[in-house]
Write a protein that binds this ligand. Structure first.
Ligand code: ZN
Ligand code: ZN
Length: 219
């Protein structure tokens, strides 16, 4: 028998798949204070608001990993509804962010609005999410300004579209570069440790160790 009370994690992560891209928007909050953040609200803002209300969470910020439409499309609406700032990604994604409304028309996605981050982030910054200090890692390749947020104590990363369970981010979109992406994974993510769990922008969570050993793109 294990002591479940002692083993209980201090934060909860609720994944809310949004948009036709099934993007893993996540609500990350402190189980005691119920203070938290929304990561990558790509769309389906009413659904996100519903999950926030169901969990009784007081959202203090919206955090973006990178500037693609499926990650940022609902950010402005949600920020206005909640009265909170939008933080991240890295300034190098300004070009992608500027194109988001044109991209929405191209893909026929409705309800997407332009986003102006209140704060850009950079490698080495600390970002408070749910009262915890997440490290900011700049991991270009899928997008030039892609950031990964890492909690070294919990050994948990919010990794966007850099690395997936069994795959890696696509690099055929503007600003993408496959060699740069693989270098980001090898030099920034894998050194964090095999026992790190990461939640990607699409699909299931995995561990860095499992991907280091089995991901065909990292062989
Ligand atoms: Zn992306
Ligand atoms: Zn995505």
């Amino acid at each position: 028998m294990s002591d479940t009370a002692a083993a209980e994690p201090p934060i909860q992560v609720v994944v809310i798949p949004v948009t036709a891209f099934q993007q893993n928007c996540s609500l990350v909050f402190d189980l005691d204070s119920k203070v938290g953040a929304v990561i990558d609200p790509g769309g389906d803002v009413e659904r996100i608001l519903q999950v926030i209300a169901e969990n009784g969470v007081s959202v203090e910020k919206i955090v973006l990993t990178h500037g693609h439409i499926d990650h940022i499309g609902g950010a402005t609406d949600l920020a206005e509804r909640l009265g909170v700032p939008v933080v991240g990604p890295h300034r190098a994604d300004q070009m992608l962010i500027d194109q988001v409304e044109a991209q929405a028309r191209q893909f026929g996605v409705e309800g997407v609005r332009a986003v102006t981050p209140d704060q850009w982030l950079d490698e080495g910054d600390d970002l408070s999410i749910a009262g915890r200090a997440f490290q900011v890692l700049h991991c270009p390749g899928h997008a030039p300004g892609h950031l990964v947020y890492f909690d070294p104590e919990l050994k948990f990363a919010l990794s966007g579209d850099v690395l997936f369970a069994g795959s890696v981010g696509r690099t055929d979109l503007p600003g993408g570069d496959h060699d740069t992406l693989i270098r980001s994974i090898r030099e920034k993510l894998l050194p964090l440790g095999d026992d790190v769990t990461f939640l990607p922008g699409h699909g299931p969570a995995s561990s860095l160790g499992h991907e280091r050993k089995t991901n065909p793109f990292l062989r």
